[in-house]
Design a protein around this ligand. Structure first.
Ligand SMILES: [Zn+2]
Ligand SMILES: [Zn+2]
Length: 255
């Protein structure tokens, strides 16, 4: 059985296809559960985000996914969700949203609305990694996120698995185990890293070796930004890799 809880839609302005295209592709590729988790809209005051849905689109997104949920009942289980950064100023907003959606997942990309914003995938220095750990751990402790997306995203542009990278892997894996939060093995990261040399990328083997030592559980995530992503052969390779490390790979989320 395959399940995927990391699925985007055209509303984030960097994903292609219709909502239905994703459902059709998931069914065709043998998925029994499909969670939509588009980048969450925030109630920003003076900032217009380029790569996520606007607040005004939230209700129609939920309605569209709920419509597909009814229409495809019996063929595939569809869930409403959002991928969220744990921005402290929106903690109450996200806690309320958790009640309306089937689930939320934590994806720590950084706070794009801040003048000093740096995408977590562009972290290059040890202090960047330490900032990533700090904000990720805080979000994990909120208790509203069903799993942590691409925990090793911070290694995408990072050159070497140094002490900061090791410590990041250890702390996040340890928290995942203690808080019972699965860590996502993110397939999109493999494609994002194509053509990049001299950086670690994600999923990062050394990160997962430490996750195995700490006894953290994993869950597969397509992070679909296109319906074709459901056919990626790296799904099976990834599951085999995690099993070879002795990591438990969850087949579905208990929501
Ligand atoms: Zn995205
Ligand atoms: Zn995502």
């Amino acid at each position: 059985m395959k399940t995927n809880y990391h699925t985007h839609t055209f509303r984030c302005k960097h994903a292609s296809g219709t909502d239905r295209d994703y459902v059709v592709a998931a069914v065709a590729n043998g998925f029994s559960e499909l969670g939509f988790s588009d980048h969450v809209p925030y109630p920003y005051q003076d900032y217009t985000p380029p790569y996520r849905m606007l607040l005004g689109e939230r209700e129609s997104y939920m309605a569209a996914v709920n419509g597909l949920k009814k229409e495809y009942a019996g063929k595939i289980r569809i869930l409403t969700g959002f991928e969220c950064e744990a921005l402290p100023q929106y903690r109450n907003y996200l806690a309320e949203l958790r009640e309306q959606a089937d689930y939320l997942i934590l994806g720590n990309h950084g706070d794009e609305s801040k003048p000093d914003y740096r995408y977590a995938g562009f972290n290059t220095r040890p202090e960047h990694i330490r900032e990533y750990v700090e904000s990720t751990l805080k979000g994990m402790e909120w208790g509203i996120f069903s799993y942590l997306c691409h925990p090793d995203l911070t290694l995408h542009s990072y050159p070497v698995f140094d002490a900061a990278a090791k410590d990041m892997s250890r702390q996040i894996s340890r928290a995942a185990k203690a808080l019972n939060i699965p860590l996502e093995y993110n397939l999109n990261g493999i494609y994002n890293h194509l053509g990049m040399k001299d950086t670690l990328g994600y999923p990062c083997r050394m990160f997962w070796e430490i996750a195995a030592e700490e006894g953290a559980a994993a869950i597969m995530g397509v992070d679909a930004h296109s319906p074709q992503s459901f056919a990626w052969p790296e799904w099976d390779t990834g599951v085999h890799f995690l099993h070879s490390l002795g990591i438990t790979v969850l087949e579905k989320l208990e929501l």
